[in-house]
Design a protein around this ligand. Structure first.
Ligand code: SF4
Length: 333
């Protein structure tokens, strides 16, 4: 039994971070870096000049101390994101320190460096990884990511599966770009115990989002239903994904429907960017300068509580068609 999972129910109950809509906040996503070894079109602005990469990211020690304060507040799940979190030279040190906290530790990665770190994951009992993969075609991978790492990512996904990791594949579905591949992704779940998550294309600074490029939850499910018999699975509280299973398959599929069917009503998520700013919503314009306060030696707890209290009811209080936000690579997704 995973010891961190073992303590999860108690820590959920003791969380004291509530917003003004009564939502408990017990899930923290920490971006370790805004650098990446891919340049995906929906994440990295096409003109890299649009990004002010951070020159002064949170150090490993700062990440640990700040995460510990969140865990003291009752955070029961921490997910490391980026950029590409495994690209950070001190990521092993960060993983080892965070794994000591009484909180579930998860990672979202593009998969390129998994083989270099798999022994660390095993040693620290990190058994669940989300891997971003938007296509099963090598030439298309190059087009979407601007890099030629398709075969490496694929072999690392198989490596995780052969070592019995819980693997979720995150596919951002973009109309006219890769929506013709949802059948192949769903088919993967027939024989492999992978959990494919179709993510609606979301707007971020510089990613040329348009409503017309969103392949929606309904469109995804009705397309799949033409080829597969789907069973609806139960969704748990705080789930972002609506889960299904192709009848008789080993894995599952799910849709993250942020645009067409937002799931803000029981949102429990907070984010820390690589430059140490706290966002109470993926789409929040406002950010709290947690690292600035921390580096002054001040108590950051009141700032965290206030940031949660200031959370809007949904979508950061913004209109999806005129969002003001940073690029996805700077937020951590
Ligand atoms: S849009 Fe914001 S409030 Fe809604 S689920 Fe996402 S992070 Fe939570």
């Amino acid at each position: 039994m995973d010891k961190r999972l073992d303590i999860k129910p108690n820590t959920i109950n003791k969380s004291t971070l509530y917003d003004n809509f009564g939502r408990v906040h017990n899930y923290l996503r920490i971006s370790l870096t805004d650098k990446c070894n891919l340049s995906c079109s929906y994440c990295m602005p096409s003109e890299k000049g649009l990004i002010n990469f951070t020159k002064n990211p949170m150090s490993a020690a700062e990440i640990y101390e700040i995460a510990k304060i969140f865990v003291d507040f009752g955070v029961s799940k921490i997910r490391l994101t980026g950029g590409e979190p495994l690209l950070r030279p001190d990521c092993q040190e960060i993983l080892e320190s965070l794994a000591k906290l009484p909180s579930e530790l998860c990672i979202t990665t593009n998969g390129i460096l998994i083989d270099k770190h798999i022994d660390t994951f095993k040693h620290l009992n990190i058994r669940s990884l989300n891997v971003s993969l938007d296509t099963l075609k090598e030439d298309r991978f190059l087009k979407i990511t601007n890099k030629n790492h398709f075969l490496k990512v694929l072999s690392n996904i198989h490596l995780l599966l052969s070592e019995n990791f819980h693997v979720k594949l995150n596919m951002v579905v973009m109309k006219g770009i890769n929506d013709d591949e949802i059948f192949e992704f769903a088919k993967l779940t027939k024989d492999l115990p992978v959990h494919v998550r179709f993510i609606e294309f979301m707007p971020f600074h510089g990613n040329e989002w348009e409503n017309g490029k969103v392949f929606s939850y309904k469109e995804i499910i009705s397309s799949l239903e033409k080829d597969f018999e789907l069973d609806k699975l139960d969704d748990q509280m705080h789930d972002t994904a609506k889960k299904y299973q192709v009848k008789g398959s080993k894995g599952t599929i799910a849709v993250i429907s942020t645009i067409s069917t937002p799931f803000c009503a029981d949102c429990n998520r907070m984010r820390l960017t690589a430059d140490g700013k706290m966002k109470n919503c993926l789409f929040s314009k406002g950010e709290a300068d947690i690292i600035g306060e921390f580096r002054k030696g001040n108590d950051i707890k009141p700032m965290i509580e206030q940031c949660v209290k200031l959370k809007f009811e949904s979508m950061g209080g913004q209109n999806i068609n005129s969002l003001e936000n940073r690029s996805m690579i700077q937020i951590g997704g």
